[in-house]
Write a protein that binds this ligand. Sequence first.
Ligand SMILES: *Cc1c(COP(=O)(O)O)cnc(C)c1O
Length: 498
Amino acid sequence: MKYISTRGNYQAVEAAEAIRTGMVPTGGLFVPEEIPVFSLAEIQEMAGKEYQEIAFQVLEKYLTDFTAEELKEAIGLAYSRSKFPVAEVVPLYALDQNQYLMELWHGPTAAFKDIALQLMPQLLIRAIKKAELDREIVILVATSGDTGKAALEGFKDLPGVKIIVFYPAEGVSKIQELQMTTTDGNNTFVVGVKGNFDDCQTAVKTIFADQDLKKLLASKGYQFSSANSINWGRLVPQLVYYFSSYARLLKNGLLGQGEKINIVVPTGNFGNILAAYYAYRMGLPVNRFICASNDNNILTDFFQTGIHDTRRDFKKTISPSMDILISSNLERFLFEITGRDAGKIKQWYQDLKEEGKFEIDRETLNEIQAIFSGDYSSEEETIKTIKETYEQYQYTLDPHTAVAVDVYNKYKAKNHDDTVTIIASTASPFKFAETVLQALGQGEIDNAKPEHLEDLQKISGLEIHPGLRDLGDKKVVHKRIAYNEHIEKEILDILQIR
Ligand SMILES: *Cc1c(COP(=O)(O)O)cnc(C)c1O
């Protein structure tokens, strides 16, 4: 399987190269040359398989230049019991017989990013080996919170790789900061940046584009790479759980063969819901996708009007991992839904760059609306949903998942659609303990402290997530703080280059 650019501006490459490169160097994103398909019988057979086996079945269709041994080894390491202590890897929780929460947060860092970021580093080091590069890879990550820790855990102690994470020193929660600064491993580095997330991200992008720095690093045996969510290697692991969840419902007699489901996803960069869409194109029976946003509701407007307008204020919300104005993976979706019209994509993204907005044609909008709905949940509604879900089902939602549940409730009230529905649950409530405790009426708590986890344990009746337990007792080993204009100096210092 070869990978082509969404903008038709690059030669086709093998999967290993797409994963090594991250994005198309000339602009655009890598997509598979064709979408493989599973028959209903093959999907039915998944009901008897382990998560790791289904992962292999999906990956071997896409990563054809990797050997079966390479894929199996990578999958085995990513989804071992020591990383994901639950047997199913991704369990389903039945709110009732029509709605199921797909719990994606049983990995080491308590957010759904672990599913991709445990596997992608294993794929990346194998991809690097194939190219016989004898340089050490330096992964640079700018994070608003969840990605940083998940990437640190995924790359920790891997041979031939160093990882440096930059986070806004005043822009993440106390728990998120502690998760990162207490990371062990002999190749992990964490730098708090004085500034907001955009400052961090811009500084890192500038580093990537700096040709002189690139040459200097090469002369010392280093090469930069990235672990962000536009990399196909982060997307393909996310297709797996849509199949495994569907197969489990089949197995338990909760779906008939070929019966369609609805899928609801709390959306930020559009990676998770895009994975669901690819699963559908591969044969998964889906009736409707419901794209849930928070107050940064640019996608809600887009699905309703076909106008994608980024000229608006960025809002800081209680579901911070969805605070995003430009959802990178929307580009891949538009490429697929237009029947792979690279000319249209090129035009729209040029408009976006020049005018801050683009508008799609009526025909494409009709295609999209036939299968996608979009809506959003305000801050108040999200809080109310955490409280009401707790009261009605004794289930504790994190704020991101609550956005999805609220949007689904609105959809149901409007459409009276009783299709069996899977709702992506993207973080453990413990990761956002202070917001959840406030929503459950536990008073004003200004900044999460590790002891709040125990309060939440008492109220929710859940075990504290193992990745967060004892966080307060762990030693802070990363204490670097830098101004964003000194990030380059910080990197050279870490790599001991003068
Ligand atoms: C990253 C993230 C999301 C958004 O997922 P996308 O794939 O970026 O749309 C939602 N919830 C949580 C908890 C996340 O960490």
